[in-house]
Design a protein around this ligand. Structure first.
Ligand code: ZN
Ligand code: ZN
Length: 622
C-alpha cells in the first residue's frame, strides 16, 4: 500500500472511534531544551500523559514527523531512516487495553489487510522482585483476537533477547519478555524509576517477513525480538497503569493512559510484504528519479541510493520546519544530511546540481499531508542547491588539502582533521571516509575531543525510545520562557507589528528569539525594548492560560509560533495586569511562571542578523 493511503486509513479508523485528529508537531520541539528533535509521537504529548487535560479531549490520533539524528550513520541497510512518521493514538484516562488491542489488531488485519498468520505479539513477563504481575489481561485479549481469525495463539516465555536465541519460537504466537523489551517509563526499567514516576507494560506487534532467513549470528533460533530482520516491530501499545511509591513498590494509577506508536513506513513495508523500507512509494519515487538521472540501478548500489533518498527527504522536512544548514545545533544535522547526500550522489554518478530538483519532486507526495512542505517548496529547493554549491567549492579545496596531507603522511592528527571540519565544513564522518579512501588513518579520538571542545553537541539525546525529551521543564527555563513572551511583545511595540517570531530556543541559562525585522536594532531601540520588558516584569503581570477555538485566538491577535500547526482548539498565554490590560498574547502550550514579578531583570546580551530579514536576540535574566 501507499504511504499516504495507510496514514489516511489509520487516522480515519480512529476518527471513527471518536478520536480527534491532531496535527503533527514540528520537528523542533517546543520549549524543550533537553532534546534537539522530535523523535517520537509521544514526545509532544507528554505533559498530557502526565495529567494536564488536552484541549481536544481524551481520545487523540495523529501521524507525527520524527527525526533521529543518531541514526544518520546507520542509514544504508533496508530499514534505518533518519526521518520517519509515527502513527499514534492516545487514551488520556479513557479506554484501556481491551479496546486498544482490539482496534490495533482490527486496523492491521481488516484495515490494511495484513495476514494475521504473519503477526506475532509480545507482552510484559512481570517482575517478581517489584511485585509487578505478568500482563495477563493483554494475553487474554490477544488470545481472543487471534481466535476470531481462527488462530490458536499459544503463549510462550522468552524473557530476554539472549534467551530467545536459545529457545526460539516454540510454536508460540504470544511471547513474554522482561522489562528491557516490554516495560515503558521515562527512566527505563522499574528499578530505575524515581518515586512518583508513572510507567507500565507495553505490548508490541511484529510482522514476519517469511522470505528473510534467520541469521545465526543473532542466536541459534529466531524469535520476535531477534535482530536478523525476519521480524519487524510495527506497533507498540504502552499501558501507563502503575506509579512507583516512596517505598519502592508499585501501585495502580487512578488515571490510566494508553500511548500507541507505530512506524508508518514499517507498516507500509509489512503491507507490501517486503522488508525493504526503501521500496515504500515515497522513498522509491526518489530512487526511481535517481535511476533515471544516473542510468544506474538501485539493485547495484543500494547503500548509496538509500543514503541519498533518506537524507534528501530528511533535509526537506528539516528545512520546511525552519532548520536550515549551519555549523551549529540543529542546522548542523541538515548540513550533514545534505553534504552526505552530495557525496553519495557522486558515488551513484548523478549529474551535479540535480539534488534540489529531486527533492522538489519528493515534496509532491507529502504536500497534502504536510502543507508546510508544499508551501516552502521553493525555499527548500533554493536551500538545497545553495548548500550543494557551497559544499562543492569547499570539497574541492578540502580534497586538495587531503591530497597534500596524503603525500606527506599516513596518519592525520585529530587537530588536522578538525581543521578540515572547521575550515572546509567537512562533516566528521566524511573526513573519515575520505581518509579511508586515501589510505590515511585519522586519530579519531583526538578529532572527537576537539569537536567536543568546540561544540556542545551533548544535547542530541534522541537515542532509543524517548530519553531526555520528557525531562520536565526547570523553573529557570520556565522563567526565561515567560520573559521570551514579554520580549516578543516589547519588540512588536517598539519596532512595529511586522515583527513576528521566526525561531526560538530556550535553555535554563538564556533565551534566544529570532524575529522578522530588516534592519539592525539601534542601541536606543535595544534599550527601549529592554526597559519595556523590565517595566512589565515589575508591574507583576499575571500569566493566564486560556483554551479557545483557533479562530477566536486569531481574532484576539495572539501571536503564533513559527512553523507550528495548530488544532481547532488552542491554548493561549496572556500576560495581563490586574485591570485586565493585556500586554502579551501568544499561542503557546508550554509552561510559565504565574507572575512576571518572579523573573528578576532581563538583559539583552546580543543582537545580530540570522538571515535576510531575520534578527536574533539573546537575553538572560539577572
Ligand atoms: Zn532471527
Ligand atoms: Zn510560549
Amino acid at each position: 500500500m501507499k504511504l499516504n493511503d495507510v496514514r489516511a486509513k489509520y487516522l480515519k479508523f480512529f476518527e471513527n472511534q471518536d478520536h480527534k485528529i491532531i496535527p503533527s508537531a514540528s520537528l523542533v520541539p517546543e520549549n524543550d531544551p533537553t532534546t534537539l528533535f522530535t523523535g517520537s509521537g509521544m514526545q509532544p504529548l507528554i505533559r498530557y500523559l502526565l495529567g494536564q487535560p488536552h484541549p481536544m479531549g481524551s481520545r487523540l490520533v495523529d501521524s507525527q514527523k520524527c527525526f533521529r539524528s543518531d541514526d544518520i550513520d546507520e542509514v544504508g541497510d533496508n530499514r534505518h531512516t533518519t526521518f520517519f512518521e509515527m502513527l499514534g493514538n492516545w487514551s488520556l484516562g479513557d479506554y484501556f487495553k481491551e479496546k486498544q488491542l482490539s482496534w490495533v489488531f482490527t486496523f492491521l488485519t481488516d484495515g490494511i489487510k495484513l495476514d494475521p498468520q504473519r503477526l506475532y505479539v509480545t507482552v510484559f513477563a512481570g517482575e517478581e522482585k517489584n511485585n509487578i504481575p505478568k500482563d495477563m489481561d493483554s494475553v487474554k485479549i490477544w488470545k481472543e483476537l487471534f481466535a476470531q481469525k481462527g488462530i490458536e495463539a499459544k503463549d510462550v516465555e522468552i524473557g530476554t533477547e539472549e534467551n530467545g536465541g536459545k529457545v526460539g519460537m516454540q510454536a508460540g504466537r504470544i511471547f513474554y519478555y522482561g522489562a528491557k523489551k516490554n516495560w515503558w517509563s521515562r527512566a527505563g526499567a522499574p528499578e530505575k524509576m524515581p518515586a512518583g514516576e508513572p510507567g507500565g507494560p507495553d505490548s508490541e506487534v511484529f510482522y514476519e517477513f517469511t522470505n528473510v532467513e534467520h541469521n545465526k549470528k543473532f542466536g541459534e533460533y529466531c524469535h520476535p525480538n531477534c535482530d536478523c530482520g525476519r521480524f519487524l516491530e510495527i506497533a507498540n501499545s504502552v499501558f501507563m497503569e502503575y506509579r512507583k511509591t516512596e517505598q519502592g513498590s508499585f501501585e495502580k494509577l487512578p488515571q490510566k493512559n494508553v500511548d500507541f506508536g507505530g512506524g508508518l513506513e514499517r507498516i507500509c513495508a509489512a503491507s507490501n510484504n517486503n522488508a525493504d523500507m526503501f521500496l515504500v512509494d515515497t522513498l522509491y519515487e526518489l530512487i526511481k528519479g535517481m535511476e533515471e538521472l544516473s542510468g544506474k540501478k538501485y539493485e547495484d548500489l543500494k547503500r548509496a541510493f538509500r543514503i541519498v533518498a533518506d537524507h534528501l527527504r530528511g533535509a526537506v522536512f528539516m528545512i520546511a520546519d525552519g532548520v536550515t544548514p549551519s555549523n551549529t545545533e540543529r542546522g548542523y544535522f541538515t548540513r550533514r544530511l545534505l553534504r552526505r547526500a552530495v557525496r553519495y550522489a557522486d558515488v551513484i554518478g548523478l549529474p551535479s546540481g540535480e539534488l534540489a530538483e529531486l527533492a522538489g519532486s519528493g515534496v509532491l507526495s507529502y504536500g497534502h499531508a504536510y502543507p508546510e512542505v508544499q508551501q516552502t517548496a521553493d525555499f527548500i529547493k533554493k536551500t538545497i542547491s545553495g548548500e550543494e554549491e557551497k559544499f562543492r567549492k569547499t570539497l574541492e579545496k578540502g580534497l586538495a588539502q587531503f591530497g597534500k596531507i596524503g603525500q606527506q603522511k599516513t596518519l592525520l592528527s585529530g587537530k588536522e582533521a578538525f581543521d578540515l571540519y572547521q575550515t572546509y565544513g567537512f562533516p566528521l564522518e566524511m573526513t573519515l571516509e575520505l581518509a579511508k579512501e586515501r589510505g590515511i588513518t585519522v586519530d579519531e579520538e583526538e578529532f572527537r575531543s576537539e569537536l567536543k571542545k568546540h561544540q556542545d553537541m551533548s544535547r542530541t539525546a534522541s537515542a532509543g525510545r524517548f530519553k531526555g525529551g520528557l525531562a520536565d521543564t526547570s523553573y529557570e527555563t520556565m522563567k526565561l520562557h515567560t520573559a521570551h513572551h514579554l520580549l516578543l511583545a516589547a519588540l512588536r511595540q517598539v519596532l512595529g507589528v511586522h515583527v513576528h517570531q521566526r525561531g526560538s530556543n530556550i535553555t535554563a541559562e538564556r533565551l534566544r528569539l529570532d524575529f522578522s525585522h530588516a534592519e539592525k536594532l539601534t542601541p536606543e531601540q535595544l534599550k527601549e525594548v529592554e526597559d519595556l520588558v523590565n517595566e512589565k516584569i515589575n508591574t507583576n503581570l499575571q500569566m493566564i492560560r486560556k483554551e479557545m477555538p483557533k479562530d477566536e485566538a486569531v481574532n484576539l491577535g495572539a501571536e503564533m509560533e513559527f512553523g507550528v500547526k495548530y488544532g481547532d482548539i488552542v491554548s493561549v498565554y496572556i500576560a495581563q495586569d490586574t485591570d485586565g490590560n493585556m500586554f502579551s498574547k501568544e499561542f503557546c502550550g508550554g509552561s510559565h511562571v504565574n507572575n512576571t514579578g518572579e523573573l528578576g531583570r532581563l538583559r539583552v546580551v546580543k543582537e545580530e542578523a540570522v538571515s535576510a530579514g531575520v534578527r536574533r536576540i539573546r537575553a538572560v535574566l539577572e
